[in-house]
Write a protein that binds this ligand. Structure first.
Ligand SMILES: Nc1ncnc2c1ncn2[C@@H]1O[C@H](COP(=O)(O)OP(=O)(O)O)[C@@H](O)[C@H]1O
Ligand SMILES: [Mg+2]
Length: 214
C-alpha cells in the first residue's frame, strides 16, 4: 500500500473528513493531499470543477441530477479495483446523513478499506454527512466551523479542549484530529510566504509544507 509523506498520520486507505465553513481552506488542503497520491490510484469527485490541475482521467464532474445514485455508480466501479483513494468535495450531496445511500456506496464506506480504498470527503457541515462514514473514519481535518456546527455536534465528536481550539481557528489553519485516540495537532499549509496560485486552488505539488502551529 502506498504511503504518503505528511507530518500527520495518513494512509491512502484511510477515511478522512475535511470540514469547516466556506473559504477556510478545505479545497486547498484536499488539493495538496491529492497531489501526494500516485495518479493511477487517484479519483476525484469534483462537482465545482476546482481540480483542473489534475488530468481529466482523475476527475469526475457529476451532473448532480441524482447525486446519491451517481455516487453509487462511482463506488461500484471503485469496488472492482484495488487501492483507490477517492477525494469527494461537497460530500453531503453524495453520502448524506439524511437520504438514500446506495448499496455500492455503503460497501465502499464499510468494506473499501479491505481492498485498499480510502476516502477523503469534504463538507462545510459535518452533521450533514453520513454517520456510517464517521464511525469508520480515522481522522477529521477541522477548519473553523460555521455557527451551526459549533456546540453539540462538535462536543459529540471531539474532546472539550479540542473543541475550544477548533472554534477559534483563524482562516487556513486546521486541526488534524484522530478520532481513534483523541489526539490532535494544529497546523497550516505554508506556501512560502505567498498565497496559493490564483487560477486554481492548487498548490505546487512539492513545495508547500505543513507547519505545526501553536
Ligand atoms: N494555506 C493557505 N495559505 C494561504 N491562502 C490559503 C490557504 N488555504 C486557502 N487559502 C486561500 O483561501 C481561499 C479559500 O480556500 P479554499 O480551500 O477554497 O476554501 P474552502 O474550500 O474551505 O471553501 C483560497 O482561494 C486561497 O486563496
Ligand atoms: Mg472548497
Amino acid at each position: 500500500m502506498p504511503r504518503v509523506r505528511t507530518p500527520f498520520k495518513f494512509k491512502t486507505s484511510d477515511r478522512i473528513a475535511v470540514t469547516g465553513q466556506p473559504g477556510t481552506g478545505k479545497t486547498v488542503f484536499m488539493n495538496y493531499l491529492a497531489h501526494q497520491i500516485p495518479q493511477e490510484r487517484l479519483w476525484i469527485v469534483d462537482p465545482l470543477g476546482q481540480y483542473n490541475d489534475f488530468p481529466d482521467a482523475n476527475r469526475i464532474i457529476p451532473n448532480d441530477l441524482d447525486p446519491e445514485k451517481e455516487f453509487d455508480e462511482i463506488a461500484r466501479e471503485i469496488m472492482t479495483l484495488t487501492d483507490i483513494t477517492l477525494f469527494v468535495e461537497e460530500a453531503h450531496r453524495y453520502i448524506p446523513e439524511f437520504g438514500k445511500i446506495g448499496s455500492n456506496s455503503m460497501a465502499l464506506i464499510n468494506r473499501g478499506r479491505n481492498y485498499g480504498h480510502g476516502i477523503v470527503a469534504s463538507t462545510p457541515r459535518i452533521q450533514h454527512i453520513n454517520k456510517n462514514f464517521f464511525d469508520l473514519a480515522q481522522n477529521v481535518v477541522f477548519f473553523r466551523p460555521g455557527l451551526k456546527t459549533r456546540g453539540r455536534y462538535l462536543s459529540e465528536l471531539v474532546a472539550p479542549d479540542a473543541k475550544l481550539a477548533i472554534e477559534k481557528l483563524p482562516d487556513h489553519e486546521f486541526i488534524y484530529y484522530g478520532l481513534r485516540d483523541d489526539t490532535w495537532n494544529k497546523a497550516k499549509l505554508n506556501f512560502g510566504g505567498g498565497k496559493p496560485p490564483e487560477t486554481t486552488a492548487a498548490p505546487a505539488p512539492t513545495e508547500p509544507e505543513i507547519e505545526s502551529v501553536g
